[in-house]
Design a protein around this ligand. Structure first.
Ligand SMILES: Cc1cc2nc3c(=O)[nH]c(=O)nc-3n(C[C@H](O)[C@H](O)[C@H](O)COP(=O)(O)OP(=O)(O)OC[C@H]3O[C@@H](n4cnc5c(N)ncnc54)[C@H](O)[C@@H]3O)c2cc1C
Length: 469
């Protein structure tokens, strides 16, 4: 038995002995010490390359999905040497830091789908995590409001769907009951979901990252992965390159070596997947969502989340009223094609991203199918009084002078070549060589923030299975 195998066995034995600490903070100090000593042993055993740059698994993308995955992996396998790499200077600057901040209950999704299951589970796990770590949130509830008779059958169908999905506490309210919950809201009937909440998902994602580092993981920011290459072997006869066959090359020229990679690259998940030889499809098309901000003196108009009954003909949920944990109230978002991935301003533009999007047949097909809806959304994006008019159907006292333009977010919408929105999670892996060591999470659509802890469990199951860790 070689020196490496002996050390590997010792690591496993030591760590398994302390596996019981998993998620139990009183044992964290013990586990960290064990980990540190294990890491030291493995570093000594490596073949002369800088020890801090060699990892068992690297996770690309420091958004909520990448960070939850990293945290879950270190919870389950504290013996592994793990790293997260993120292209920005800080974690969670994109979708995870630019969203509505809603803890979704799981009403909308097709019964039996992964999305439904992961959301309902994810909500429970999220509340538990927030409580355990003292992170601020509010269970302010949500109304899905039918404005007229025509919307009632869709409201009833949605209620049934929510019950099938196991969403707790749902009930139908009449117009008087609506007023008890939301005195300024007008509606014929509504679904009330008392367990829907609000939280700052960016803060939660950064907490996952801190926790991961506290447990011994490494986080590298300003590390934009530009390629996956086979690690070059060292001098003749040395084992250099055999232990960590994948080199992550960063745009800056830095590199890391690892055994396996998991990518969770959000708006760039298609381009990152292509780097290891995977297909261009599903393609990411960026859809910007602009919010309006309610002036603070008008905050009394809204208590909790107020949502429309979604029209199944259209791809997004529709504009809504969302209180934030900081006390402000956001209205929106709309959904318009963004002229730049990660372009948060109305006129942000990237020629590469635009050519990429409009030359894709899937987007053209989607645009053709939803031309009227798309043009309406664009019009309301430029002309926000038109957006307010739509919102007044739910809160008639709202005036154009009560709002200002607010922040924006960009959704990574995965599309297939027929222009269908890819609704569920997509894993992808290349064939042969190092490509078979790089697993891509190509689509983590809303409510992936709510579901982040349950998605992480699913991703880590897949990682352990695929890589036999
Ligand atoms: C407007 C909007 C509203 C939403 N509202 C809600 C909501 O209320 N509730 C909810 O549950 N969900 C909501 N969502 C969905 C949720 O925010 C996302 O599904 C979730 O944040 C996706 O997380 P992610 O980690 O996959 O992506 P991201 O947060 O985008 O993270 C991906 C990370 O990968 C990094 N990266 C990309 N390429 C590279 C590279 N080459 N090298 C290194 N790093 C790279 C990026 O910089 C980024 O930090 C909303 C989304 C949007 C856009």
């Amino acid at each position: 038995m070689g020196r490496h195998q002996i050390i590997h066995l010792l690591r496993k034995k030591l760590v398994n002995k302390y596996m019981i600490w998993d998620r139990c903070s009183s044992f964290l100090a013990v586990s960290s010490n064990v980990q540190r000593s294990v890491r030291h042993a493995s570093e000594k055993s490596s073949s002369g390359s800088p020890p801090s740059n060699d990892f068992d698994v690297c996770i690309v993308g420091g958004g909520i999905v990448g960070l939850a995955t990293a945290q879950e992996l270190i919870w389950r396998q504290p013996n592994l040497k793990l790293a997260v790499v993120e292209k920005e200077a800080e974690l969670s600057l994109h979708q995870s830091g630019h969203n509505s901040g809603v803890i979704h209950a799981g009403i909308y999704y097709t019964p039996g789908s992964l999305k439904a299951k992961l959301c309902v589970e994810g909500l429970e796990l999220a509340y538990k995590y927030l409580d355990e770590h003292n992170l601020p949130y509010k269970k302010c509830g949500k109304l899905i409001v039918a404005r007229n008779e025509e919307e009632l059958p869709r409201l009833d169908a949605l209620h049934k769907r929510g019950l099938e999905n196991g969403v707790k506490g749902l009930r139908i309210m009449n117009s008087d009951e609506i007023k008890e919950v939301e005195p300024y809201c007008k509606g014929l009937k509504a679904i009330h979901s008392p367990n829907t909440g609000i939280v700052d998902w960016g803060q939660v994602a950064r907490h996952y990252g801190k926790n991961f580092e506290r447990l011994g993981g490494s986080v590298f920011t300003n590390f934009e992965v530009s390629n996956f290459i086979t690690t070059r072997e060292g001098k003749a006869g040395s084992k250099d390159g055999l232990q960590h066959p994948v080199t992550l090359q960063a745009k800056s020229g830095k590199s890391l070596r690892c055994r396996y990679v998991v990518t969770c690259a959000g708006l760039y998940s298609d381009r990152v997947a292509e780097m290891s030889g995977c297909s261009k499809i599903p393609k990411i098309v960026p859809f910007r969502g602009d919010y309006l901000l309610l002036k603070a003196e008008k905050n009394y108009l809204v208590n909790g989340n107020i949502y429309p009954v979604p029209n199944p003909k259209f791809p997004f949920l529709g504009v809504h009223f969302t209180p934030r944990v900081d006390g402000s109230i956001w209205l929106g978002p709309n959904a318009v094609l963004a002229m730049k991935r990660e372009g948060y301003k109305l006129l942000d533009f990237s020629l590469k991203d635009m050519i990429d999007a409009v030359s894709f047949s899937g987007l053209r097909k989607l645009a053709f199918r939803h031309l009227g809806y798309g043009l309406g959304e664009m019009y309301r994006g430029f002309n926000y009084p038109a957006q307010v008019k739509l919102l007044q159907e739910y809160v008639p006292d709202l005036k154009v002078s009560d709002v200002t333009r607010g922040p924006s977010g960009v959704r990574a919408q995965a599309l297939d070549t027929d222009g269908n929105l890819v609704d569920d999670f997509v894993f992808d892996i290349g064939a042969g060589g190092i490509a078979s060591r790089v697993l891509h999470v190509r689509n983590a659509p809303s409510p992936a923030a709510t579901s982040s802890l349950s998605i992480a469990k699913m991703v880590v199951d897949k990682v352990q299975d695929t890589f036999e860790l």
